[in-house]
Design a protein around this ligand. Structure first.
Ligand code: ZN
Ligand code: ZN
Length: 436
């Protein structure tokens, strides 16, 4: 509250010389009187020293500037002044305050109150001050609360029936845990408003979290009783601790389509989103470099349909940071479409999810959409492409944008290729099936 000083009473008197009492040179005692009649009842003073030749000295107070303090309810005023020559000389006096005029506050304008305090002690005199009275709360109706898409902010709106003003407040929401659930706690976003009348808002995230062993950050996971929502928002903090990890198998086989991962996350556990077959988009709160620095577990996105990872400084198409050039001239055929089944020779372009060896040693590629491609051959076949035969440096890596070219065979439910090549869009051949 702003206090406007109207008048500091008797400044000149306060700064002036006031007699230290009734002492005179004839007084046989020490140099300091312990009580001053003019200063009132509150004066304290140093012990008198033994009489010396200074016994004829008279201490004359040099009062500083008084300070005035109103009681919390403004019914009293206390004045204090300290002697500049000896800070142990202090006078205080408390008197009742009177209100000389008053303008009540409303819900859209501050009020004011003029207070006066008349002190007995001349050092203090009369003190007056204007006090601003804070606005009183609106009388609100027609409440409306809206979250932003990311559920990091909430805006409250209402109308005041007294002043007819619209009232609006937007606050940053905080991730909080339900302490009553354990060991995995239900997580939600909570928005708390300063405006009197707006109620706290809570958005249930439908995911869970648990403290790390060090209890200095949170690991998120699914919550036992709740279905993972199609659009999942992971908070950047829970109970003021950062969210740093997505647990192993956290959302395995979940129905999520889009997930928002905050920049605070530095670890994604094994199979965290594996078999989330509808998962298409990750929106990451940090930069592409930060995304690349995240420790990602085995098969964290296995058999998902992720095609876009949106970072604060651009879009990545794969978790390894390859920005695919989709404008190349390679013909594409959707794996699984009727088109490829009738052709004997064709191209397939896609992003590799996994490359591994099956139990026969055949090279088995899994596409990001979950489709499988065996590079045709078994150990006994002449034209087999065995995983072990591909030099380490040439093996397709997870996240590579690959083009497959070759003859197609369809074996049970998997696509098999022979006389095939796997290459990156820039033409680098990643692997070939040996010619017969
Ligand atoms: Zn003094
Ligand atoms: Zn109002």
């Amino acid at each position: 509250m702003k206090k406007k000083l109207l008048m500091v009473a008797l400044m000149s008197a306060a700064m002036g010389l006031a007699s230290c009492g009734q002492q005179t040179a004839s007084s046989p005692e020490g140099s300091h009187a312990s009580v001053s009649e003019t200063a009132g009842q509150s004066v304290e003073s140093k012990e008198s020293s033994a009489p010396t030749e200074a016994s004829s000295e008279v201490h004359v107070h040099l009062w500083g500037v008084p300070t005035y303090t109103w009681s919390e309810d403004y019914t009293e005023c206390t004045a204090t002044v300290v002697c500049e020559l000896d800070p142990s000389h202090v006078i205080t006096e408390t008197v009742a305050a009177t209100i000389s005029s008053q303008q009540p506050a409303s819900c859209n304008e501050e009020g004011s109150m003029s207070l006066v305090a008349n002190f007995d002690n001349d050092v203090f005199g009369t003190y007056a001050e204007d006090i601003a009275l804070p606005m009183v709360p609106h009388t609100l109706t027609d409440f409306d609360y809206k979250w932003n898409y990311e559920h990091t902010e909430c805006t409250a709106k209402a109308y005041c029936t007294v002043c007819d003003d619209g009232v609006e407040e937007t606050v940053t929401a905080k991730g909080v845990s339900d302490a009553s659930s354990a060991p995995i706690k239900a997580l939600s976003m909570r928005a708390s408003f300063e405006t009197v009348g707006f109620a706290d808002q809570t958005f249930d995230l439908n995911i869970g979290g648990s403290l790390t062993d060090d209890e200095d950050s949170y690991i998120v996971s699914s919550y036992p009783d709740k279905l993972v929502p199609p659009t999942m928002f992971i908070p950047s903090s829970v109970d003021d601790l950062p969210v740093t990890e997505i647990a192993m198998s956290a959302f395995y086989q979940g129905g999520v389509i889009e997930v928002r991962i905050p920049a605070s996350v530095i670890t994604i556990g094994d199979e965290a989103f594996a078999y989330c077959e509808h998962l298409e988009t990750i929106v990451f709160g940090g930069t592409k470099a930060q995304w690349g620095a995240i420790t990602k577990g085995n098969r964290w996105s296995y058999a998902t349909d992720i095609w876009e990872i949106s970072c604060s400084d651009g879009i990545l198409y794969t978790e390894d940071g390859i920005e695919a050039d989709w404008t190349t001239d390679f013909p594409t055929i959707n794996i699984g479409s009727d088109e490829w089944q009738v052709q004997n020779e064709y191209y397939v372009m896609g992003i590799l999810g996994e490359i591994e060896s099956d139990k026969y040693g055949n090279c088995h590629l899994r596409m990001r959409d979950g489709s499988s491609i065996y590079l045709y051959g078994i150990r006994s076949a002449d034209n087999a492409l065995l995983y072990q035969d591909i030099p380490e440096s040439q093996r397709p890596k997870k996240g590579d944008v690959a083009v497959f070219y070759g003859e197609i065979a369809y074996f049970q439910t998997t696509l098999q290729m022979k006389n095939a090549r796997v290459m990156q869009l820039n033409g680098t051949v990643l692997g070939t099936i040996p010619q017969e």
